[in-house]
Design a protein around this ligand. Structure first.
Ligand code: NDP
Length: 246
């Protein structure tokens, strides 16, 4: 049976992706840094007859990430799909701590999860993805990380300025490109996805109230890229409408 690990799957877009993948017959490994929240999410998914199990994983804890990979290897032997979804936007949720546009600590905090966390998880789980017949990696990025949109006055994203978050998603997109090239000779496909502006806790209560899309709507493109066929793209950036400019 196909299996998938989704980081940060106890709520928001990650939880919705877990539900969608589960409903399409995938065994979902529900990544959560808080074991209790992971168990709670699994309970809800199982009540919907989804084959789910919790995996405790804080993406900022490399030793813990390696231990999680060892457990998944022991229990499942391989991983078909990795969704690097865990992400933070502390420039908004901890705005009182922001000292200015070039706040080193804010960059470090944001990169720790959005960039280094993704690298740590991908490094640890890559051997399991190689052990699968056709591994898929989906990096949950954002059009906030599209330099083309950030520099286009006609883009709705032009006026948004959250430097640490935007830079972290640019870096994440660069990881997608580099990793897809490094894995070009394998069956593994790596893509970045923007879920759209979604009603989650990420940007704080005001953003949640203003966002037009539900977590299920945002998750749809993530799920689609997690399940792409062998003739699908790799090294690309997509949202619900198709390719996104880098
Ligand atoms: P939420 O805040 O609802 O969910 C974020 C998830 O990431 C939570 O499960 C959270 O866990 C988890 N997480 C945070 N830090 C860590 C960590 N160190 N280790 C493991 N898990 C962690 O936000 P979203 O669902 O909106 O965000 C999911 C992804 O979607 C992010 O990468 C975000 O950048 C991206 N995105 C979101 C958009 C939106 O409009 N919402 C738009 C574009 C992209 P916990 O519950 O413990 O905090």
């Amino acid at each position: 049976m196909t299996n998938a690990l989704i980081t940060g799957a106890n709520k928001g877009i990650g939880f919705a992706v877990a539900g969608q993948l589960g409903r399409s017959g995938v065994k979902v490994l529900v990544g959560a840094r808080d074991a209790e929240k992971g168990d709670e999410a699994v309970k809800i998914l199982r009540a919907q007859r989804i084959d789910a199990e919790a995996v405790e994983i804080d993406v900022t804890d490399p030793a813990g990430v390696r231990a999680a990979a060892a457990r998944v290897r022991e229990e499942h032997g391989h991983l078909d799909v990795l969704v690097n979804n865990a992400g933070v936007l502390p420039e908004v949720t901890a705005a009182e701590r922001v000292t200015g546009p070039m706040d080193l600590e804010m960059f470090r905090t944001t990169f720790e999860t959005n960039v280094f966390g993704t690298i740590a998880v991908t490094e640890a789980f890559l051997p399991l993805l190689r052990a699968a017949p056709a591994g898929r990696i989906v990096n949950v990025s954002s059009t906030m990380g599209s330099l083309a949109d950030q520099t286009d006055p006609d883009s709705v994203y032009y006026g948004q300025v959250v430097p640490a978050y935007q830079t972290s998603k640019v870096a994440l997109n660069a990881i997608t490109v580099a990793l897809s090239k490094a894995l070009a000779e394998t069956e593994i496909k790596v893509n970045s996805v923007c879920p759209g502006w979604v009603q989650t806790d990420l940007g704080g209560p005001e953003n949640k109230a203003a966002a037009p899309m539900t977590p299920d709507q945002g998750a749809a493109v993530v799920t689609r890229m997690a399940l792409i066929a062998g003739d699908g793209p790799t090294g690309g950036f997509f949202d619900q409408d198709g390719p996104v400019r880098w």
